[in-house]
Design a protein around this ligand. Structure first.
Ligand SMILES: [Zn+2]
Length: 294
């Protein structure tokens, strides 16, 4: 086709095609979002530094965790708006900053809710994270701890017509971690109890041991009923992730038994897991393991 001989009809066709492609561009989901559809119910996972999972029920949204840096929280907010349903509740899984700093930017979106123990952990430990990260994250973190608006009871409840079960596990990656089970979908939202191919934020050795025991319980008890395991860091996966995390914590404990320096221990872990993401999280683990009073 000679470009100088385009007639009006051809111009209209070209304009029409362009508008279709612009419209589909606007609706395209961002690269850092994964969506799973189980029997017509969608769960959207937004991957920032940590994962936020949005459960889309018939008429409403429910979200687990709210990002670390403001720039990711703002992207998350736009993504929520693009789904076009009201957010009913933002649930915090634990008190680590990569899961709640972003709540500051989502304050008007929905009430923020979590268990009494996680609220207490935020009140006692939240301020320390703000102090430590103030310089590093300038302009990307709240001025003060965002205390949740609602206390959630544990056990079975209805979220937008969907039965969910809330359970809490003490003293592993965090002091308390809330997990969300959705029996009808076979979905277990484990958050930071389960990472996928990332360095874990390990804690002191006794807590890591406790973490392994809890992962063993989840593996034995929940693998069959919950084929979908949603993580706090890395891609979502299945029950195979429990063993992946147990193996990592076992390797870490074996290296710790060698009584090496912090630097040598770090090097050994990287040599064992050269492909893993989240080397910054390995540094946090080393601080937790080699300093007193964590
Ligand atoms: Zn985390």
């Amino acid at each position: 086709m000679n470009l100088f001989n385009i007639n009006t009809r051809q111009i209209l066709v070209i304009l029409g095609l362009l508008s279709i492609s612009f419209a589909s561009m606007a609706m395209t989901k961002p690269e850092n979002v994964d969506v799973m559809d189980i029997n017509g119910t969608r769960i959207h996972t937004f991957h920032g530094i940590s994962n936020s999972h949005i459960i889309e029920t018939k008429n409403a949204l429910f979200m687990i965790d709210a990002q670390f840096m403001f720039k990711h929280a703002d992207q998350l907010k736009s993504y929520i708006e693009s789904i076009g349903k009201p957010m009913n509740m933002i649930v915090l899984s634990h008190n680590h900053p990569d899961h709640w700093f972003g709540t500051e930017r989502l304050k008007g979106v929905a009430p923020i809710a979590t268990s009494q123990n996680v609220i207490d952990d935020l009140k006692t430990g939240g301020g320390r994270y703000l102090k430590v990260l103030k310089k590093k994250l300038k302009g990307q973190l709240p001025e003060k701890v965002v205390v949740p608006d609602q206390t959630l009871a544990l056990g079975a409840q209805q979220w937008g017509g969907l039965e969910v079960i809330l359970e809490e596990f003490p003293e592993q990656e965090a002091h308390h971690t809330l997990i969300v089970k959705i029996p009808s979908l076979g979905v277990l939202i484990a958050q930071d109890m389960v990472y996928n191919n990332m360095f874990l934020v390990a804690s002191e050795r006794s807590r890591n041991q406790h973490w392994k025991e809890q992962l063993g319980q989840l593996k034995d008890k929940e693998s069959k009923a919950y084929p979908h395991v949603l993580t706090g860091h890395g891609k979502n996966g299945g029950p195979e992730l429990y063993q992946q995390n147990i193996d990592y914590l076992t390797d870490l404990e074996n290296v710790m038994k060698e009584n090496l320096s912090k630097e040598e221990t770090t090097k050994k872990m990287i040599a064992l897991y050269p492909e893993r993401g989240g080397k910054g999280m390995l540094q946090i683990s080393m601080r937790n393991l080699f300093s007193k009073g964590h």
